[in-house]
Design a protein. Sequence first.
Lengths: 263, 310
Amino acid sequence: MTTPIIELENVTKRFFGVTAISDLSLQLFPGEVFCLLGENGAGKSTVIKILTGVEAPTRGQVRVDGTVVHFASPRDAREKGIATVYQEVGALPLMSVARNFVLAAEPQKGRGLFRRLDLQEASRVALKSLRDLGISRVADGGQLVGTLSGGERQALAIGRAVHFGARVLVLDEPTASLGVRESATVLRLIERVRARGVAVLFITHNAYHAYASGDRFMVLRRGRALATFNKNERTIGEVIELMAGGAELKSLLTGTERAIASG
Amino acid sequence: MVSALLVFVFFAATAGQNGFLTSLGTANWLDTASDLGIVALPIGMLMIGGEFDLSVGSVVGASSMIVAICSGYYSFNPWIGTSLAFLFGALVGAANGLIVVRTKLPSFIVTLAMMLMVMGGMLGLAIALTGSSSISAVPSGSAQALFASNFLQFHVSILQWIVLAAVATYVMQRTAFGNWVYATGGSAETARLAGVPVAPVKIILFVCAALAAVLTGVNETLTFQNGNITLGAQYVFTGIAAAVIGGVLLTGGYGSPIGTMFGALTYGIVSLGVFYLGWNTDLANFFIGLLLLLAVLANHRLRELAMGRA
């Protein structure tokens, strides 16, 4: 078996005495989509914070490529190839696609005082990366990001992360604010990125989106791993039930959902 | 750019007969525009970066006093006074930047406090040293050539302005630093997460704003041969006005040095145009205010279009 790119081993995190996650272990392998499911407050964002170097675990270890690491900052994690794409996509609407794409890693040409931005190169890599992710509607690197659709912005952010060396992509609720079509675009993006050998941690509270693209799943509740399983081991109905908290919430499901859940 | 052309055509048509279009007239409005333009350029950049600087006006006055006290009252070599003034400006700018970055307070209030401190402090110092708040300073030699000379009827500040605008345009449009300024103003948090050194970017912009204010202070002091603490007080408002008329967004993240340049040009044309028309010159501010209002509305609309919320 290959070594996981990043791994949490028996991690516990407490904030001011409140336990956010407790004795949690998870492994992310190259070329897989790992779905972290759970309602609000289940501990999903704490897992992200520990994986991306924002917080250090109270107990337990983080390993990258099998070696124990102590991230001092998000920059530390990024240098190890762990990238995060946040809920409100990290894009600047009033800047062009090309300028957004290369931000803080600008390609340059010339020497000394005349060292300057290579906007052509920026535009080229940005558009190529978007095409690789299946976005062909954007044809001009000078287009303002504000005019892109939600899915296209996700593609830009994901493409940017992968282009600059991300091996683990943490997607925090990438479909939360999107419509059906845009969500489908994002799910396709996830598949393309996985095909390139990137490990994707897909955080969502939408079981359908998770089920459509995930390889492995973990359901979190109150900071504990309630279940960890492969795609073919559970039906989507069981996943929904696990997330919602079992029978107590079953009565709240709609008729259709109940039909799916039972079979 | 449109606004500059518009007011130019208006005043050329109405005041052209009264000397507005003569070379002296042109030199006059270009001079007014350049004094403001030099101050406004980095204010525009700072606003693109998402911050304000209200202290620039007082820095113009304070540097004016420093130059006048050193080379007028004490008769030192003019370079001593000008060097001290630029050093002082760099310190004020760095202080503004550091306080804003460290405390995360709005720059609006930080630089307002700085404005009062600079103005009051320098006035007190001047009275204590010289017993006066208005000191004459006669320039000579290379300092005179650099800050107070004329070519034909055109003041050297016009040349400084054009050079600085070219440099600012290059930096903002063609360098990584420029990209960082736009990103910082667009969303400081997003920029920081992407790896932009947001704090240094802001501090550099504050220092640039103060240094440009010093340049105009030195120019005007050596040209009028008089140092005055109230010199440049109007730039607090007109600098921001020039940037906004030139298309810089109040919310940051969008605009250009060229736009700011045309904003300052508009100001110069309007204030001298009103004078050449023979109207009460107080009316100039009325027109500037009107233009500012129209510019803000237009910028706001443009922003919505660009954000895809049209």
